[in-house]
Design a protein around this ligand. Structure first.
Ligand code: CA
Length: 219
Protein backbone atom coordinates (compact mmCIF):
# COMPACT_ATOMS: atom_id res chain seq x y z
CA UNK A 1 0.00 0.00 0.00
CA UNK A 2 1.39 3.37 -1.01
CA UNK A 3 0.34 6.55 0.75
CA UNK A 4 0.94 10.12 -0.45
CA UNK A 5 1.67 12.26 2.62
CA UNK A 6 1.27 16.03 2.11
CA UNK A 7 2.69 17.79 5.19
CA UNK A 8 5.02 20.78 5.47
CA UNK A 9 5.98 20.40 9.15
CA UNK A 10 9.24 18.40 9.24
CA UNK A 11 8.70 16.82 12.66
CA UNK A 12 5.07 15.86 12.07
CA UNK A 13 5.86 14.66 8.55
CA UNK A 14 8.71 12.42 9.70
CA UNK A 15 6.61 11.02 12.56
CA UNK A 16 3.73 10.15 10.22
CA UNK A 17 6.05 8.75 7.55
CA UNK A 18 7.77 6.53 10.12
CA UNK A 19 4.43 5.46 11.61
CA UNK A 20 3.12 4.44 8.20
CA UNK A 21 6.33 2.53 7.48
CA UNK A 22 6.02 0.66 10.76
CA UNK A 23 2.59 -0.44 9.62
CA UNK A 24 4.00 -1.80 6.41
CA UNK A 25 2.98 1.08 4.15
CA UNK A 26 5.36 2.98 1.99
CA UNK A 27 4.78 6.72 2.13
CA UNK A 28 5.92 9.34 -0.35
CA UNK A 29 6.23 12.55 1.62
CA UNK A 30 5.86 15.92 -0.12
CA UNK A 31 5.92 19.34 1.59
CA UNK A 32 3.62 21.42 -0.59
CA UNK A 33 0.58 21.26 -2.85
CA UNK A 34 2.50 21.65 -6.12
CA UNK A 35 4.74 18.68 -5.29
CA UNK A 36 1.66 16.67 -4.36
CA UNK A 37 0.10 17.27 -7.77
CA UNK A 38 3.36 16.24 -9.47
CA UNK A 39 3.67 13.10 -7.36
CA UNK A 40 0.14 12.03 -8.28
CA UNK A 41 0.86 12.11 -12.00
CA UNK A 42 2.88 8.96 -12.28
CA UNK A 43 2.56 7.06 -9.02
CA UNK A 44 -0.02 4.51 -8.02
CA UNK A 45 -1.12 5.65 -4.58
CA UNK A 46 -3.81 3.97 -2.51
CA UNK A 47 -4.64 6.97 -0.30
CA UNK A 48 -3.65 10.54 0.59
CA UNK A 49 -2.99 12.09 4.02
CA UNK A 50 -3.46 15.84 3.62
CA UNK A 51 -2.45 18.74 5.87
CA UNK A 52 -4.48 21.92 5.30
CA UNK A 53 -1.96 24.63 6.19
CA UNK A 54 0.48 24.27 3.29
CA UNK A 55 3.07 26.87 2.23
CA UNK A 56 1.96 27.35 -1.38
CA UNK A 57 -1.77 26.70 -1.30
CA UNK A 58 -4.54 25.97 1.17
CA UNK A 59 -5.08 22.22 1.44
CA UNK A 60 -8.84 22.60 0.95
CA UNK A 61 -8.32 24.45 -2.35
CA UNK A 62 -5.99 21.71 -3.48
CA UNK A 63 -8.51 19.03 -2.47
CA UNK A 64 -11.33 20.82 -4.30
CA UNK A 65 -9.30 20.96 -7.52
CA UNK A 66 -8.25 17.33 -7.04
CA UNK A 67 -11.86 16.18 -6.76
CA UNK A 68 -12.98 18.39 -9.63
CA UNK A 69 -10.41 16.54 -11.71
CA UNK A 70 -12.46 13.42 -11.04
CA UNK A 71 -9.99 11.59 -8.81
CA UNK A 72 -11.67 9.32 -6.24
CA UNK A 73 -8.50 8.39 -4.32
CA UNK A 74 -9.32 8.20 -0.58
CA UNK A 75 -8.17 11.33 1.29
CA UNK A 76 -7.79 11.77 5.05
CA UNK A 77 -7.35 15.38 6.16
CA UNK A 78 -5.00 15.72 9.15
CA UNK A 79 -5.17 19.26 10.51
CA UNK A 80 -4.90 21.35 13.66
CA UNK A 81 -8.03 23.21 12.54
CA UNK A 82 -10.43 21.60 14.94
CA UNK A 83 -13.59 23.69 14.57
CA UNK A 84 -16.79 22.05 13.35
CA UNK A 85 -16.97 24.39 10.30
CA UNK A 86 -13.44 23.31 9.29
CA UNK A 87 -14.28 19.64 9.58
CA UNK A 88 -17.54 20.06 7.68
CA UNK A 89 -15.84 22.08 4.96
CA UNK A 90 -13.20 19.39 4.49
CA UNK A 91 -15.77 16.59 4.29
CA UNK A 92 -17.98 18.61 1.93
CA UNK A 93 -14.98 19.36 -0.28
CA UNK A 94 -14.28 15.67 -0.77
CA UNK A 95 -12.28 14.42 2.21
CA UNK A 96 -13.22 10.91 3.28
CA UNK A 97 -12.16 11.42 6.88
CA UNK A 98 -10.77 14.10 9.19
CA UNK A 99 -8.23 13.74 11.99
CA UNK A 100 -7.52 16.62 14.39
CA UNK A 101 -3.84 17.17 15.30
CA UNK A 102 -2.32 15.99 17.47
CA UNK A 103 -3.51 12.46 16.89
CA UNK A 104 -2.23 9.00 17.71
CA UNK A 105 -0.47 7.33 14.77
CA UNK A 106 -2.33 4.13 15.60
CA UNK A 107 -5.60 5.96 14.98
CA UNK A 108 -4.41 7.30 11.63
CA UNK A 109 -3.37 3.80 10.58
CA UNK A 110 -6.65 2.27 11.76
CA UNK A 111 -8.63 4.90 9.85
CA UNK A 112 -6.52 4.33 6.74
CA UNK A 113 -7.17 0.60 6.95
CA UNK A 114 -10.92 1.22 7.27
CA UNK A 115 -10.85 3.65 4.37
CA UNK A 116 -8.81 1.36 2.12
CA UNK A 117 -11.06 -1.57 2.98
CA UNK A 118 -14.15 0.41 2.00
CA UNK A 119 -12.66 1.88 -1.15
CA UNK A 120 -11.17 -1.34 -2.44
CA UNK A 121 -13.96 -3.69 -1.50
CA UNK A 122 -12.16 -6.99 -1.65
CA UNK A 123 -10.54 -6.23 -4.97
CA UNK A 124 -7.00 -5.76 -3.68
CA UNK A 125 -5.00 -8.88 -4.31
CA UNK A 126 -3.91 -10.96 -1.38
CA UNK A 127 -0.15 -11.58 -1.36
CA UNK A 128 0.52 -15.30 -1.59
CA UNK A 129 3.96 -16.86 -1.11
CA UNK A 130 4.06 -20.65 -0.80
CA UNK A 131 1.62 -21.42 2.04
CA UNK A 132 1.72 -17.86 3.35
CA UNK A 133 -1.12 -15.46 2.59
CA UNK A 134 -1.20 -11.76 3.57
CA UNK A 135 -4.10 -9.33 3.08
CA UNK A 136 -2.37 -5.97 2.46
CA UNK A 137 -5.31 -3.96 3.79
CA UNK A 138 -6.42 -5.83 6.90
CA UNK A 139 -2.91 -7.28 7.44
CA UNK A 140 -4.55 -10.63 8.16
CA UNK A 141 -1.82 -13.22 7.78
CA UNK A 142 -2.40 -16.95 7.40
CA UNK A 143 -0.02 -19.86 7.00
CA UNK A 144 -1.57 -22.93 5.36
CA UNK A 145 -4.97 -21.50 6.30
CA UNK A 146 -4.08 -20.93 9.95
CA UNK A 147 -4.17 -17.36 11.26
CA UNK A 148 -0.79 -16.01 12.41
CA UNK A 149 -0.72 -13.09 14.84
CA UNK A 150 2.05 -10.63 13.98
CA UNK A 151 3.06 -7.45 15.78
CA UNK A 152 3.07 -4.25 13.72
CA UNK A 153 6.88 -4.36 13.40
CA UNK A 154 6.93 -8.06 12.48
CA UNK A 155 4.33 -7.36 9.81
CA UNK A 156 6.33 -4.40 8.53
CA UNK A 157 9.49 -6.53 8.16
CA UNK A 158 7.53 -9.32 6.44
CA UNK A 159 5.86 -6.80 4.14
CA UNK A 160 9.21 -5.43 2.95
CA UNK A 161 10.52 -8.94 2.23
CA UNK A 162 7.31 -9.95 0.43
CA UNK A 163 7.45 -7.01 -1.98
CA UNK A 164 9.97 -9.03 -4.01
CA UNK A 165 10.14 -12.43 -2.39
CA UNK A 166 13.14 -13.70 -4.37
CA UNK A 167 15.18 -10.56 -3.83
CA UNK A 168 17.81 -10.06 -1.17
CA UNK A 169 17.09 -6.99 0.99
CA UNK A 170 19.91 -5.34 2.88
CA UNK A 171 19.59 -4.82 6.62
CA UNK A 172 19.82 -1.04 6.08
CA UNK A 173 17.01 -0.96 3.53
CA UNK A 174 14.72 -2.99 5.78
CA UNK A 175 15.55 -0.84 8.81
CA UNK A 176 14.96 2.32 6.80
CA UNK A 177 11.48 1.12 5.85
CA UNK A 178 10.53 -0.25 9.26
CA UNK A 179 12.02 2.39 11.55
CA UNK A 180 12.29 5.44 9.30
CA UNK A 181 15.28 7.67 8.64
CA UNK A 182 15.57 8.97 12.17
CA UNK A 183 14.01 6.06 14.01
CA UNK A 184 15.67 4.47 16.99
CA UNK A 185 17.07 1.15 15.87
CA UNK A 186 18.51 -1.08 18.54
CA UNK A 187 21.54 -3.01 17.32
CA UNK A 188 19.65 -6.30 17.31
CA UNK A 189 16.05 -5.08 16.88
CA UNK A 190 15.76 -6.42 13.35
CA UNK A 191 17.15 -9.81 14.40
CA UNK A 192 14.54 -9.96 17.15
CA UNK A 193 11.72 -9.44 14.64
CA UNK A 194 13.20 -11.93 12.18
CA UNK A 195 13.56 -14.46 14.99
CA UNK A 196 9.90 -13.93 15.95
CA UNK A 197 8.80 -14.30 12.31
CA UNK A 198 10.71 -17.58 11.99
CA UNK A 199 9.14 -18.85 15.19
CA UNK A 200 5.67 -18.07 13.81
CA UNK A 201 6.18 -18.94 10.13
CA UNK A 202 8.83 -21.65 10.29
CA UNK A 203 12.61 -21.66 10.48
CA UNK A 204 12.93 -21.69 6.67
CA UNK A 205 10.57 -18.73 6.15
CA UNK A 206 13.34 -16.12 6.07
CA UNK A 207 16.83 -16.75 4.75
CA UNK A 208 19.79 -14.90 6.25
CA UNK A 209 22.54 -13.86 3.85
CA UNK A 210 25.36 -13.38 6.29
CA UNK A 211 26.71 -9.85 6.51
CA UNK A 212 24.23 -8.55 3.94
CA UNK A 213 20.57 -9.01 4.79
CA UNK A 214 17.54 -11.22 4.33
CA UNK A 215 15.19 -12.65 1.73
CA UNK A 216 12.06 -14.75 1.83
CA UNK A 217 12.50 -18.51 1.96
CA UNK A 218 9.82 -21.18 2.08
CA UNK A 219 7.43 -20.78 4.96
CA1 CA B 1 1.03 22.78 7.91
Amino acid sequence: MRILLIEDDPLIGEAIRAGLAQNGWSAEWVRDAASASCALVDHGFNAVVLDLGLPDRDGLDWLRAFRQGGDRLPVIVASARDGLPDRLAALDTGADDFLVKPFALDELCARLRALLRRSAGRSVDTIVHHGLSVDPITRETTLHGRTVDLSAREYAVLNVLLERPGMLRSRASIEQRVYGASGEVGSNALEVHVHALRRKLGAEAIVTVRGVGYRMGCP
